[in-house]
Design a binder for this molecule. Structure first.
Ligand code: PLP
Length: 434
């Protein structure tokens, strides 16, 4: 598989080039030179595969540096970490919920970051060099990355999370794991500031000459692919002559982009419905072709409190970087915004009517589905397990009782440094820790 920067189709790179160097020289993003197409004739065979075998089949298109035996081993060891099933489809009211929260840190981020950790560890040994990882997190990527990388000594991880903008449980999941290779930085600012900082670090690679620097945000193409797999898999499982529509709670557009890639590969996917909260950059763009840069608002769905979704660039680029091609984009992507007060009301509604608790991100998709039920088969993407947002949900449903498996983290010490957005100070800190 060959890749190129979205701005320059002529600058062709191989898997290993972009795996160890996530950002092209022109500072945009990488994309496959050509998206592979799956022949419909293979659907019958693929439908019968286990998640691991299916993932192996899809990954092989995108990852070519690792031989089959090792790639299979990496995927096998990764998905073994998910107790029962990697993904679970649940029936609700003529529609389906795609549960992606069976991983250890309780969000969909685990499904991609666990295998990405094994891959990074494998490649780092192969090239015999340490890999330094940077991760900006709106709450969930950080803990998933830490959980995935904590035991790999040749990987060092720096997470950046916005001070006071993530839930207590999210913060504790990040800061209570003590390892020499994990460093947590809380930035005075919001997620956009954290993402900005990471971009700036990657623009100044010469500061870290001797090491490979990798991002585990969705600028990393392989994270997108590892997410694409669950859309290929679930669309095929549900396929029965009708296309499948996916309602996706969206922040940085990584998960939504993954549905799009699955569709482009030929899997039976119809519309992709982008569900935003009060930070509705994409909804505004898709509906009115307007880019608004309102101040970021803090909501009870913090993981999608993002106003500059970096992966959206990849979509705009596929359609030639011209807003006049928005029509084509609009045939595939629908969008909706659910204001915070409606998220709160809906959370209560689903509890009262169905005796079900959903996390506040999943609620954006569920509310959107109930407003505008498209024909054919609809799937709500459930991105997190509700316990992760226990305190916010408890304010809405006071008599709520959860079986708290994660209780232990409340009694552990937290490890993190607070920094203002001062590039030089932060770089000095990182250099000392490398
Ligand atoms: C990360 C996250 C999202 C947003 O996913 P993107 O790929 O950034 O759009 C939604 N919900 C939860 C719970 C998340 O952790």
């Amino acid at each position: 598989m060959y890749y190129n920067s979205i701005n320059n189709k002529l600058n062709i790179k191989s898997f290993i080039n972009i795996f160890l160097n996530n950002i092209p020289k022109d500072k945009t993003l990488f994309f496959p030179f050509k998206i592979p197409k799956i022949n419909k004739k293979n659907f019958y065979f693929l439908k019968k595969q286990t998640y691991i075998d299916f993932a192996f089949y899809i990954s092989k298109y995108f990852i070519d540096y690792i031989n089959d035996e090792n790639l299979y081993k990496i995927l096998y060891n990764s998905y073994l970490k998910f107790n029962n099933e990697v993904i679970k489809l649940e029936f609700l009211n003529n529609n389906y919920i795609l549960n992606l929260n069976s991983g250890k840190t309780l969000t969909f981020k685990d499904i991609a970051l666990v295998p990405l950790g094994f891959l990074l560890n494998f490649i780092s040994k192969l090239v015999n060099k340490k890999i330094i990882i940077f991760c900006a997190t709106s709450g969930d990527t950080g803990s998933a990355a830490i959980n995935s990388f904590k035991n790999f000594k040749n990987i060092k991880l720096f997470t950046f999370f916005p001070f006071n903008m993530i839930s207590d449980i999210q913060r504790k999941q990040i800061t209570t794991i003590k390892r020499n290779n994990i460093h947590n930085i809380s930035l005075i600012g919001n997620f956009d500031s954290a993402q900005f900082l990471i971009k700036k670090i990657f623009e100044n690679l010469k500061l870290f000459k001797k090491n490979f620097l990798v991002s585990v945000n969705s600028i990393n193409w392989f994270r997108i692919i590892l997410q694409t797999i669950y859309y290929c898999f679930s669309s095929l499982k549900l396929y029965n002559n009708n296309l499948i529509n996916y309602y996706v709670p969206t922040g940085n557009f990584g998960n939504a982009l993954s549905v799009f890639i699955a569709k482009k590969m030929g899997f039976p996917i119809g519309k992709i419905i982008i569900c935003n909260n009060d930070n509705y950059y994409i909804d505004n763009f898709l509906k009115y072709e307007k880019i608004h840069n309102n101040n970021l608002k803090k909501t009870i769905s913090p993981s999608i409190d993002i106003s500059i979704p970096s992966n959206f660039l990849r979509i705009i680029n596929i359609y030639n970087y011209k807003i006049k091609n928005l029509n084509k984009v609009n045939k595939i992507f629908y969008s909706d915004k659910i204001y915070n007060k409606y998220i709160i009301l809906s959370l209560e509604f689903f509890y009262l009517k169905y005796k079900k608790i959903y996390d506040p991100h999943t609620i954006t998709s569920l509310s959107s589905l109930f407003k505008e039920n498209l024909k054919f088969c609809n799937v709500v993407v459930s991105t997190a397990y509700p316990i992760k947002f226990y305190f916010s949900i408890k304010k809405i449903i006071p008599n709520l009782k959860f079986n708290f498996k994660t209780k232990k983290i409340f009694f552990l010490n937290e490890n993190y440094k607070v920094f203002a957005l001062n590039f030089n100070l932060i770089i000095n800190y990182i250099k000392k820790k490398i």
